[in-house]
Design a protein around this ligand. Structure first.
Ligand code: PEP
Ligand code: MG
Length: 885
C-alpha cells in the first residue's frame, strides 16, 4: 500500500522529492524542535497519480482523515467545529520552489456556523468575518473557478459605498455582508453553493492544489527555470495560526543574510497585524525586521536564535516565513534561500572561511551562469545625472529599457525586439510573462521579499522594488515622481545593485569582476570571492578550457581570461573584407596560373594572421581549422547581380565582362542547401591549391615564430569530414606542404593533423577516422544541425518557441547539448576513436563548449577540453571544476 500522507514528524529535509521542498523543511524544523504549527504533507506521488488518472488516488481520503483526526486530538478541537473551530491552511510545495506560482487556500473549516464560534473564541468579530471572507474568495476563485476580479470588484463597490479607503475600515457587519455577496456570486457563476462541510472544503482544496501544478503560470515558470513538468506538487496541511489578531500579532519574512549581497546579519520585513500573504504580495508597506525588536522584544530574540540555529544546521543562507500570534512565534516555512549571483559567491567564500563548508562545497554553491551575470557591465555612476527615484536594490545588474505598465505590453514590445522595463505598483504571479520579457522590474511597493523581488532574483533579472516616490498610474499608462511624469515608452535605466532609477539610457562600464579578468585588479571583496572559487575550480577540474578565437586581440583576451590555448581558429573570417576580391578571383579563375596568383596574394595575409595569433598564444596549442564557408557567402548575391546586368542592358549598355562572368559562376555554384553543400573539406578537395596555401601560411608562421624565439604550437584541423577517405587525401597534402616548408626553411614544422567530428556519419565511423586523425574536436553546432535535421540558421526563429511551449524540449538543443541524441553520438565517437587510437585527444568547439550544463556532459563523456568564446572562458573553467566534484 503506497503511503500518500506523512506527518511532519515523519519526514526530513532529504525527502524533498516526495514531500516537496516546503514539506521536507517543515519536517526538518519539526525534528529540530522549532515551533512549527502541527500538520502533515500529502506527497507529490499522490499529485502525480491524480494528474495521470484525473481521479483522487485510492486511499488518499482515508489517510488524510486519519491524520486529521490525530491533529484534532492533539489540538483538542475539530476542523470547523461550531464553538472553537480548528482551521487549516492548504499550501502547495513542489520539490523546487516556485514562488507564488501555485495555489494556497487558508482558513479551511470556516462556514456559516463556525465563523460565529471563531468570533467568540478569538474575541474578535471583525477578524472572524475577515477570515471567512478570505476563505470564500480564495476557495471561490481557486477551487470553483470564479474570476478573482469579480470578488475584488464586489469588495471595491462595498468600500465605495461605505466611503472606506482600505479594507481595515470595513467592520464585521460589512464583512459579513460581503461574505453573503461572495456566496451569491459563486452561486450565480457556478450554479453551486459554497460548500459548508469542512471535510468537503478540505478535499476539494487538496485537489485544486494538485491541479494548480498545471496552471498556466506554473507551466511558464517551470519552462523558464527548466523545472521538469512531471514532478507534481506536494500539499501541506497545517493548523492555521493568525498574524492578524491585533497589534501583538503579525507576519514576516527573514533571511539569515542579505540575499542581494550576501552580507551577514538578519534581513527581512515584518508587517504587524497581517497574514503572511499580505507580506509577500507587497500590498502594504512592511517595516524592517529590526523594528520587531521594539515591537516585540521576546519574539524578536527567539527569532534571532532560530535563525542562527537554522543557518548552522543547513550551513547556508536560509529564508523563513514566520507569524506571531498574540505574542507566540511560529515558524511557517524555511528553505535554503534564493540569492543573487553576487550573494552566492560572497556567502560561499565566507562559509568556507568559517570552515562551515569545504572549498569543494563552496564551489558547488556557485554557478557559471552566476559568474556570467557578474561579468555584465554596470552603470557608470560618475557619468549619470541625478537619480529619478530610489528604491530597494532587490536584484542587481544594470538594465535600460522603455517603460511599460502591464505584462501584455511588455510581452508585445519585447517580441519586436524592444527592451522594456516593467513598472508596477506591485507584481503578482500573473505578471510573470511580462517579467520574463522585461529587462528589469520596478515596483513602487513591497520589500526585498515581495513577489517582484523574489521572482526577479530567481531569474537573475534586474529589480528595484518599493520605490515609494513613484506613483504608478496604470490606467493613464504613466508614472509620476514629484513633478516629473514618465509616459509609457520612455526609456529609463534601472540599477538593481544600488536601487536607483535614472531617466534615459545611462552609460555602462565594466563590472569589478570583468576588470579583474581583464587586468587582474582586485577592487572589491566580491572579486576575492570569485577568485577563490576560480582557484578551487582550476584545482579540481580535469577538463581543459580553450577559446574560439580568430584574431590576436581575441586570443590575448582569452589568455587573460585563463584559456589554455585555442580550440578553434575559424579561418573563413580572415577571408572577408578587402580579401574578398582575392577569394572571388580564386573561385573564378579559369587557368591555373590565374588561380595561383590569387592564392599567392592571399598567402602573406593569412601568414600574418597566424603569426599574431601564435604569438598571443605562445607555448599553448592553437587549433587552426581549414576554410569552411558555404561558398555562396563569398560570392555576390545572385539577384543583385542579375538586376545590375538587367539594368545595364535596359540602358542599352553591355554588362561588364566581370559581372557576366560572376553571374555565370554564381549560377554554376548556386546551391539550394548551402549548409549541406560545397563546404569544409569538400571545398578543399575541389578547389586546387586552397589547402596548400592555408597550410603553407600556417607552416611559415610557425617558422617565423620559432625564428623569433617563440614556442608556436599550431594544430591543423579539417572540417566537415564524412569519411576517412576525405581525411586521408587531405592529410597527405598537408603533410606534403609541411615537409616542403620544413625543407626549404630548415626549420622542422610538425603540426598534429586532426579533424572535426560534426556529422553523424563521422561520429558513427569515428574508429576508422581516428586512424588518420591525431585529434578530434566535436563541432556540435553542425552535429546538432545534422542530427536533428534542424537548419541552425532558421529554426530557432521559425518554430522553436512553439516546440518549447509544447514541451518537446525544455531548451534549444543549439544552446544545451541534447544528451540523448547528439550526446550519444559524442559518446560513441569518443569510445570508438580512443579504441582505435589510445589517448586520442578530444575536445569540443561548438557553442556548447561554453554552456554550463553541456560542460558537465563533456566532462562525463571523457573529453579532454572544451573550447568557447573568450568571454565564456571563466564560466567554462568554473563549470569544469564543478563537474569534477
Ligand atoms: C560547429 O559546427 O560546431 C563548429 C564549431 O563549426 P562552425 O560553427 O564554424 O560550423
Ligand atoms: Mg561546423
Amino acid at each position: 500500500m503506497v503511503q500518500y500522507v506523512y506527518e511532519f514528524s515523519e519526514g526530513d529535509r532529504n525527502m524533498a522529492g516526495l514531500l516537496g521542498g516546503k514539506g521536507a523543511n517543515l519536517a526538518e524544523m519539526t525534528r529540530m524542535g522549532l515551533p512549527v504549527p502541527p500538520g502533515f504533507t500529502v506527497t507529490t506521488e499522490a499529485c502525480r497519480a491524480f494528474l495521470t488518472t484525473g481521479a483522487e488516488p485510492t486511499g488518499l481520503a482515508l489517510e488524510v482523515s486519519d491524520h486529521l483526526t490525530t491533529l484534532e486530538q492533539a489540538a483538542g478541537r475539530r476542523l470547523g467545529q461550531r464553538d472553537e473551530p480548528l482551521l487549516l491552511s492548504v499550501r502547495s510545495g513542489a520539490r523546487f520552489s516556485m514562488p507564488g506560482m501555485m495555489e494556497t487556500i487558508l482558513d479551511i473549516g470556516l462556514n456559516d456556523d463556525s465563523v460565529l464560534g471563531l468570533a467568540k473564541s478569538s474575541g474578535n468579530e471583525r477578524f472572524a468575518w475577515d477570515s471567512y471572507r478570505r476563505l470564500v474568495q480564495m476557495f471561490g476563485s481557486t477551487v470553483m473557478g470564479v474570476d478573482s476580479a469579480r470578488f475584488e470588484n464586489a469588495m471595491a463597490r462595498l468600500k465605495e459605498a461605505r466611503g472606506a479607503a482600505d479594507d481595515l475600515q470595513l467592520d464585521a457587519t460589512d464583512l459579513s455582508r460581503l461574505v453573503e455577496a461572495y456566496k451569491e456570486l459563486i452561486r450565480q457563476e457556478t450554479g453551486e453553493d459554497f460548500p459548508q462541510a469542512p471535510a468537503e472544503q478540505l478535499r476539494r482544496a487538496i485537489l485544486a492544489v494538485f491541479e494548480s501544478w498545471n496552471g498556466e503560470r506554473a507551466r511558464l515558470y517551470r519552462r523558464r527555470e527548466h523545472i521538469p513538468d512531471d514532478l507534481g506538487t506536494a500539499v501541506n496541511l497545517q493548523r492555521m495560526v493568525f498574524g492578524n489578531l491585533g497589534s501583538d500579532s503579525g507576519s514576516g519574512v527573514a533571511f539569515t543574510r542579505d540575499p542581494a549581497t550576501g552580507r551577514r546579519g538578519l534581513y527581512g520585513d515584518y508587517l504587524p497585524n497581517a497574514q503572511g500573504e499580505d507580506v509577500v504580495a507587497g500590498i502594504r508597506n512592511t517595516v524592517a525586521l529590526t523594528d520587531l525588536e521594539h515591537l516585540d522584544p521576546r519574539s524578536y530574540a527567539q527569532l534571532c536564535g532560530h535563525l542562527r540555529t537554522l543557518e548552522n544546521h543547513y550551513r547556508d543562507l536560509c529564508d523563513i516565513e514566520f507569524t506571531i500570534e498574540r505574542g507566540t512565534l511560529w515558524m511557517l516555512q524555511t528553505r535554503v534561500g534564493k540569492r543573487t549571483a553576487e550573494a552566492a559567491f560572497a556567502i560561499a567564500a565566507e562559509l568556507v572561511d568559517e570552515d562551515l563548508i569545504t572549498p569543494d562545497e563552496g564551489l558547488a554553491r556557485v554557478s557559471g551562469d552566476g559568474l556570467a551575470r557578474l561579468m555584465f557591465p554596470r552603470f557608470d555612476t560618475s557619468a549619470v545625472g541625478d537619480a529619478l527615484a530610489h528604491g530597494i536594490p532587490a536584484s542587481p545588474g544594470a538594465a535600460v529599457g522603455a517603460v511599460v505598465f502591464d505584462s501584455a505590453e511588455a510581452v508585445r514590445r519585447a517580441s519586436t525586439g524592444e527592451k522594456v522595463v516593467l513598472v508596477r505598483q506591485e507584481t503578482t504571479p500573473d505578471d510573470l510573462p511580462g517579467m520574463v520579457a522585461a529587462q528589469a522590474v520596478l515596483t513602487s511597493r513591497g520589500g526585498k521579499t515581495s513577489h517582484a523581488a523574489v521572482v526577479a532574483r530567481g531569474m537573475g533579472k534586474v529589480c528595484v522594488c518599493g520605490a515609494e516616490e513613484i506613483t504608478v498610474d496604470t490606467q493613464k499608462r504613466r508614472f509620476r515622481v514629484g513633478d516629473t511624469i514618465v509616459e509609457e515608452g520612455t526609456v529609463i535605466s534601472v540599477d538593481g545593485s544600488e536601487g536607483t532609477v535614472y531617466s534615459g539610457a545611462a552609460p555602462l562600464v565594466d563590472s569589478a569582476v570583468m576588470r579583474y579578468f581583464e587586468t587582474g585588479e582586485r577592487s572589491a571583496g566580491l572579486v576575492d570571492a570569485v577568485v577563490g572559487a576560480m582557484q578551487q575550480a582550476d584545482g579540481v577540474r580535469r577538463l581543459g578550457v580553450r577559446a574560439n578565437a580568430d584574431n590576436p586581440e581575441d586570443a590575448a583576451r582569452a589568455r587573460r581570461f585563463g584559456a589554455e590555448g585555442i580550440g578553434l581558429c575559424r579561418t573563413e573570417h580572415m577571408f572577408l573584407g578587402d580579401r574578398r576580391q582575392l577569394v572571388e578571383a580564386m573561385i573564378l579563375a579559369r587557368a591555373d596560373a590565374e588561380r595561383e596568383r590569387a592564392l599567392d596574394a592571399l598567402l602573406p595575409l593569412q601568414r600574418r594572421d597566424f603569426v599574431g595569433i601564435l604569438a598571443a598564444m605562445d607555448g599553448l596549442p592553437v587549433t587552426v581549422r581549414l576554410l569552411d564557408p558555404p561558398l555562396h557567402e563569398f560570392l555576390p548575391d545572385r539577384t543583385e547581380l542579375a538586376v545590375r546586368i538587367a539594368a545595364a542592358e535596359a540602358h542599352g549598355k553591355a554588362p561588364s565582362t566581370h559581372d557576366a562572368e560572376l553571374l555565370d559562376a554564381v549560377n554554376r555554384m548556386h546551391e539550394e542547401n548551402p549548409m549541406l553543400g560545397l563546404r569544409g573539406v569538400r571545398l578543399g578537395l575541389v578547389a586546387p591549391g586552397l589547402i596548400a596555401m592555408q597550410v603553407r601560411a600556417i607552416a611559415e608562421a610557425v617558422v617565423e615564430r620559432k625564428r623569433a624565439g617563440g614556442d608556436p604550437r599550431a594544430e591543423i584541423m579539417v572540417p566537415l569530414i564524412d569519411t576517412v577517405e576525405e581525411l586521408r587525401l587531405v592529410r597527405e597534402e598537408i603533410e606534403r606542404v609541411l615537409a616542403e616548408v620544413s625543407k626549404v626553411t630548415g626549420v622542422l614544422v610538425d603540426c598534429p593533423v586532426g579533424t572535426m567530428i560534426e556529422l553523424p556519419r563521422a561520429a558513427l565511423t569515428a574508429g576508422r577516422i581516428a586512424q588518420e586523425a591525431q585529434f578530434f574536436s566535436f563541432g556540435t553546432n553542425d552535429l546538432t544541425q545534422t542530427t536533428w535535421g534542424f537548419s541552425r540558421d532558421d529554426v530557432e526563429a521559425a518554430f522553436f518557441s512553439a516546440y518549447l511551449d509544447k514541451g518537446i524540449f525544455k531548451v534549444s538543443p543549439f544552446e544545451t547539448i541534447d544528451r540523448e541524441g547528439v550526446g550519444r553520438l559524442v559518446e560513441i565517437a569518443v569510445a570508438e576513436g580512443r579504441a582505435a587510437r589510445p589517448g586520442l585527444k578530444i575536445g569540443v568547439c561548438g557553442e556548447h563548449g561554453g554552456d554550463p550544463d553541456s560542460v558537465h556532459f563533456f566532462h562525463s563523456a571523457g573529453l579532454d577540453y572544451v573550447s568557447c568564446s573568450p568571454f565564456r572562458v571563466p564560466v567554462a573553467r568554473l563549470e569544469a571544476g564543478r563537474a569534477a566534484l
